[in-house]
Design a protein around this ligand. Structure first.
Ligand code: SAH
Length: 391
């Protein structure tokens, strides 16, 4: 096995628990290897740090799979990792038939995502090194979880950074385009072939539950509603009326079906619009709400674009605050990793100052527990969800 020798002093992040070796940390590689091979990683003095797969054409040169010298990267390795991931979900995932079974780096299986939608699995292989283990992983998933079908949705943009083409299609069994999952007693129809992410925003499950608890009797506005995650769950929880907005017609079609499926269609209105414009229009026409949910897509995927993203977040929060009655609630989210928690809160505070409203933090929430966070791997914490009461 070839050996990656790091530059002097560049082992610190790895030692603290981060699994990535950046190209810029690499001193030299001893031995022959092909892109995607598993290599040994050592510090400048030759001390063993771990074993991981390498991709010389990616900025992330290697990702550690193990830190144990005595652990081989074989089928049994993957079986143990998948077993541990499943055991953790058994403890922390409640009241749902859809959840993330494997969350990549946070489950010590870098660049591998496995989502469970009832009897179907949807997978993503997001790095060349993990792609090489696809056959093993799929065989183990079949053996261990006996799904009716497995569908691949490796069409995320990050594949390009690994020099990989996007791929989407069936890998095993029969996977219908649509399936219905049940989350906290709410049923959602999910597009397994072409929905956003792997079909559903599983990371918002616990936040949907928390927000629904505030919804009884409320006039709700759900901006960026996708297939109606917050809209339908708040309606089920007794909201008086729900207006839900998204720019995707396909998402809204499912959202309307989801409202019907849960017998709340009479209280839900879905509107295809740009949320920025809709928020402005609602304010201009003097509309008021008791609960506003803002769950936009990531406004930035890079540090460089952060300033523009902050302006975007500030604007939608400012507009939402103006629509809320005194004592109303704002549930505001950001899934931009580059917008850290402190700046996220500061941005909302700035919006509140401009809107001359006083905020009371009900709770600051994160992604659901099946999307675990490694404190030493900041990239694993991306979703912030601030729930505020507004005066
Ligand atoms: N809250 C949802 C997930 C929202 S994902 C849930 O619980 O399932 C973000 C959504 O924002 C996507 O559906 C996307 O289509 C939509 N979107 C992106 N830009 C938009 C814009 N400018 N106006 C309205 N919707 C937008």
């Amino acid at each position: 096995m070839a050996r990656v020798i790091l530059l002097p002093g560049r082992e610190k992040r790895l030692l603290s628990g981060h699994p990535w070796v950046y190209f810029t940390q690499v001193g030299e590689v001893e031995g022959e290897f092909a892109a995607g091979d598993v290599l040994e990683v050592c510090d400048a003095r030759g001390r063993f740090l771990g074993r991981g797969y390498a991709n010389p054409s990616s900025q992330i040169f290697a990702r550690l799979l193990t830190r144990r010298r005595d652990e081989a990267i074989d089928r049994e390795f993957f079986r143990r990792r998948l077993e541990a991931a499943a055991a953790y979900r058994k403890k922390v995932v409640k009241d749902t038939t859809a959840y993330r079974l494997v969350n990549a780096e946070a489950d010590f299986l870098p660049a591998l995502v496995v989502d469970r939608y009832g009897n179907y699995l949807v997978v993503q292989f997001l790095a060349l090194g993990m792609e090489r283990f696809k056959q093993t992983v799929i065989e183990l998933l079949i053996e261990m979880f006996t799904p009716e079908g497995i569908y691949e949705r490796s069409d995320a943009g990050v594949r390009a950074r690994e020099g990989l083409q996007p791929f989407s299609g069936p890998l095993y069994g029969e996977v219908p385009k649509f399936t219905v999952v049940s989350e906290n007693g709410v049923r959602y129809r999910v597009d397994l072939h072409a929905g956003q992410k792997t079909g559903f925003f599983l990371d918002q499950r616990e936040n949907r539950k928390a927000v629904a608890e505030l919804a009884a009797g409320a006039r709700v506005l759900d901006c960026f509603c996708y297939t109606g995650g917050f809209a339908v769950s708040t309606a089920r929880a007794g909201a008086g009326s729900v207006l839900a907005v998204d720019s995707s017609g396909a998402a809204l079609e499912l959202a309307a079906q989801n409202a019907l499926l849960n017998e709340v269609a009479g209280r839900c209105t879905f509107r295809e619009a740009n949320s920025f414009d809709e928020l402005r229009g609602l304010a201009d026409s003097g509309e008021q709400f008791d609960l506003v949910v803002l769950d936009p897509p990531a406004f930035t995927k890079s540090k460089q674009a952060l300033a523009g993203a902050v302006r975007g977040y500030k604007e939608i929060n400012l507009r939402a605050l103006k629509l809320l009655v005194p004592g109303g609630y704002l549930a505001t989210c950001s899934c931009s990793y580059h917008l850290g928690e402190a700046l996220f809160l500061e941005t909302i505070a700035a919006a509140a100052r401009d809107a001359r409203r006083t905020l009371r933090l009900v709770e600051l929430r994160r992604q659901a527990r099946d999307h675990p966070v490694l404190p030493e791997v900041p990239e694993t914490y991306y979703l912030k969800c601030g729930v505020f009461q507004v005066f």
